[in-house]
Every structure is written in structure tokens, then in C-alpha cells.
Design a protein around this ligand. Structure first.
Ligand SMILES: Nc1ncnc2c1ncn2[C@@H]1O[C@H](COP(=O)(O)OP(=O)(O)O)[C@@H](O)[C@H]1O
Ligand SMILES: [Mg+2]
Length: 363
């Protein structure tokens, strides 16, 4: 029996303001529409609507096609669609702790996944180690010089970052000079000696925890790097499902494919005859499902995950990273509403499933 579980969707203050003006973006519209068939008690709120003392939330929900503001208790399941910022991090973690204490189901992870932790997780997972590029934790940027001697091209990446903002490619030119590229508001490059590169690295990463990773020789279109961002979700206790595999083509010379052109895998295969759709999909599906389950075994169950992966010029698949809070930009750019709607229906059904499993354990 479905007793209409209470599901809260946490959104940013900016989106909350727009919602109150009845301006809804595509994802919120789709969640609402999905809920018409799934039938949870769904409400939206921002962090400032939470009263930590009374543990009540002033949220907004749809009642007979109109928005109404109501007071809700802390929900049985929460879906996070808000981004972390330095300003709200502490408050958010206090809120999450309260939710954990009352056993709220987190539909997606409360925290971002650390790139070094993901590497360790998959590299030690039988059958998946072949898909992870060799990676090193960097305790001091000085260590990078030595690594470059045996690996002339490395990707340096902050463990907790996204959208390619803290990614730098460095190459040892074997002439005593090094070449770096990064992409943030345009392509930045430089050719310099070690001392200057070290300063560049230190200034760019600003004491964030970083990893160094062997370069994947990614497939290219007109010299631009190509990679994939698969979005997966769960609808129950069975295997996760793939919503879509958008393909991203980077800017010329850019080490990242973020802020680029994206299209569905179907269109990519039709437009560039580089990849056979059926063979690739079958191989990717297996790899993605196994990776999803392995990541869950390290980080806990999740209703959705975005997985970045690449295909090298020899046809081998490579894991790049998992995203627990994917904004699904490429997916929205590349796939139609009916496909996205199905995934939100699945996600809300997953919330019901997890809540019912919890309550049967409690009783
Ligand atoms: N080892 C690598 N080899 C080649 N390209 C990489 C590698 N690691 C990352 N990239 C490129 O950089 C992009 C951003 O890296 P990623 O690890 O996904 O960090 P972010 O969290 O910033 O998205 C990837 O989508 C991919 O195009
Ligand atoms: Mg990424």
C-alpha cells in the first residue's frame, strides 16, 4: 500500500524565488509531472525555509494546479537539487545531520564524491581496475615533477570540484620546459620552466587536495577531445538504468569537454561514423552498471549518478569520474522530455521503495 510518502526537493534560494513567481525550469516541471503518476506528497523548499528548532519546513507544493505554501515536517525522503556554496555549507551539513538522525532517505548523496576515494574504490574492485587510469594522490606539488619523468602528460585535478574548473593538463616537453593547459572562461596555456609551473599549479589549486592522473588518449573529432556523461538512476532494488549517454565534444585545444557541444549518443553515431552504436552501447551499459554498483558499495546507495567516461583511440573504455550532484546539462541539451520524465518517475518510485524498506526494518 502506498501511504503517499513525503518527499522534499531542496532547491537554491534563486530557484525558489523563481518558483514563487511561477517560473519553473524544465527539471522542476518534469519532477512535478512525474509525480502525477507516482503520487508522493512532494514539496519544494530552500535552505532558508528550514526551522532547525521546530524541525518544520515552509515549503511549496501544488494543490489543484496552484502553488500553496504549507508547513511540512522533515520529509521521509529528500532529493537535492541545490548546489553547495561556501556560504551555506555549514548550515547544510547541520540540516543533513538532523535528517540522518530521523532516518530520512537521501535520494542522492548528501556529499560530493572525492575523486581520490572514487579511484581507490574502483581500482580495488575486481573486474573494474582495467577501466581506471593510473592515479596518484598529491601530497605536495613538488611530487608532480618526479611523476612527469615517467608519465610525460598528466591531468591534475582537485578531488572535490566540478565543471572542469579545477582541471589542468601538464606536459613535460623534455627540453627542460613544461606546457600547461586549462579552461576557465577561455583556454589558458603556458610554456615554462619547472619553478614557474609550480607557482602556476599552486596558485590555480590554492591548497585544494589534488590528484594526478595519466592522460587518456581520448577519441577526437576534428582534433577536439570527445567524452561521455552517462546519467543513470534507480527505480527500485534492481539494477540501475541508463537515462542517456550524451556525448561531449571539447573546444579546440581544450583539455576538458565541459562548456562544449553535446549531443545524444544516437546522433553522435549517426553524424560521425567513429563508433558503432549497438556495440558501444552494449559495452558501455555493462561498464556503467558495474561501476554504479561498485561506487554504491563504497559510498552508499544512491538513486542517481552521473558517470563521466571516455573511449580511447584503441577502443578501450575509461572511467573519468562519478557525479553525485549532476546538473545534467548535457542530458537536457540532448534528450527529449519523455525520456527524462521516465527517469524522474523511476526516481520517485525509488524514494517510495527505500522508505518502505526502512519502515519494514523499523517495524
Ligand atoms: N585522465 C584524463 N585524460 C584525459 N582527459 C581527462 C582526464 N581526466 C579528465 N579529463 C577531461 O577533463 C574533463 C573534466 O574532468 P573531470 O574529472 O570530469 O573533472 P570535473 O569534476 O571538473 O568535471 C573530463 O570530462 C575529460 O574531458
Ligand atoms: Mg566531470
Amino acid at each position: 500500500m502506498n501511504d503517499k510518502i513525503l518527499v522534499g526537493v531542496l532547491i537554491s534560494a534563486k530557484r525558489m524565488k523563481r518558483l514563487r513567481e511561477d517560473i519553473l525550469d524544465r527539471s522542476l516541471k518534469l519532477i512535478l509531472e512525474a509525480n502525477r503518476t507516482v503520487g508522493t506528497r512532494l514539496f519544494f523548499f530552500a535552505l532558508e525555509n528550514v526551522d532547525f528548532k521546530t524541525k518544520m519546513i515552509q515549503g511549496w507544493s501544488i494543490l489543484e494546479d496552484a502553488w500553496v505554501r504549507c508547513s511540512f515536517p522533515y520529509p521521509q525522503a529528500i532529493y537535492l537539487r541545490s548546489t553547495y556554496s561556501r556560504g551555506n555549507r555549514q548550515l547544510l551539513s547541520a540540516f543533513f545531520r538532523q535528517l540522518e538522525r530521523q532516518q530520512t532517505v537521501f535520494i542522492n548523496y548528501p556529499l560530493r564524491m572525492d575523486k581520490w576515494e572514487m579511484y581507490k574504490c574502483l581500482a580495488s574492485h575486481p573486474g573494474l581496475e582495467q577501466f581506471v587510469p593510473l592515479t596518484w594522490p598529491i601530497r605536495s606539488p613538488e611530487e608532480i615533477k618526479e611523476l612527469l619523468e615517467s608519465n610525460p602528460v598528466l591531468y591534475l585535478k582537485a578531488c572535490l570540484s566540478g565543471r572542469g574548473k579545477k582541471v589542468m593538463r601538464v606536459a613535460d616537453l623534455n627540453t627542460g620546459e613544461y606546457y600547461f593547459t586549462r579552461y576557465a572562461e577561455g583556454l589558458k596555456t603556458g610554456k615554462m620552466h619547472w619553478g614557474a609551473l609550480l607557482q602556476e599549479i599552486e596558485a590555480f589549486f590554492n591548497q585544494s587536495k589534488i590528484i594526478a592522473q595519466k592522460e587518456i588518449d581520448l577519441l577526437k573529432v576534428a582534433g577536439c577531445n570527445v567524452d561521455f556523461r552517462a546519467e543513470l538512476y534507480r527505480s527500485d532494488g534492481n539494477l540501475p538504468k541508463i537515462i542517456g549517454i550524451p556525448v561531449r565534444i571539447g573546444q579546440p585545444g581544450s583539455p576538458i569537454t565541459t562548456h562544449s557541444v553535446s549531443m545524444s549518443l544516437e546522433n553522435f553515431c549517426a553524424q560521425y561514423s567513429l563508433v558503432d552504436y549497438d556495440t558501444f552501447t552494449k559495452k558501455a551499459e555493462e561498464f556503467l552498471t558495474e561501476t554504479y554498483i561498485a561506487l554504491e558499495s563504497c559510498f552508499g546507495e544512491s538513486g542517481e549518478l552521473g558517470i563521466d567516461f571516455g573511449l580511447d583511440t584503441e577502443g578501450q573504455l575509461w572511467f573519468i569520474e562519478g557525479n553525485s550532484h549532476s546538473a545534467k546539462v548535457s542530458l537536457y541539451n540532448s534528450y527529449a522530455d519523455d525520456i527524462l520524465l521516465q527517469s524522474y518517475q523511476g526516481l520517485l518510485a525509488y524514494a517510495q521503495y527505500r522508505v518502505s524498506v526502512y519502515s519494514s526494518i523499523k517495524n
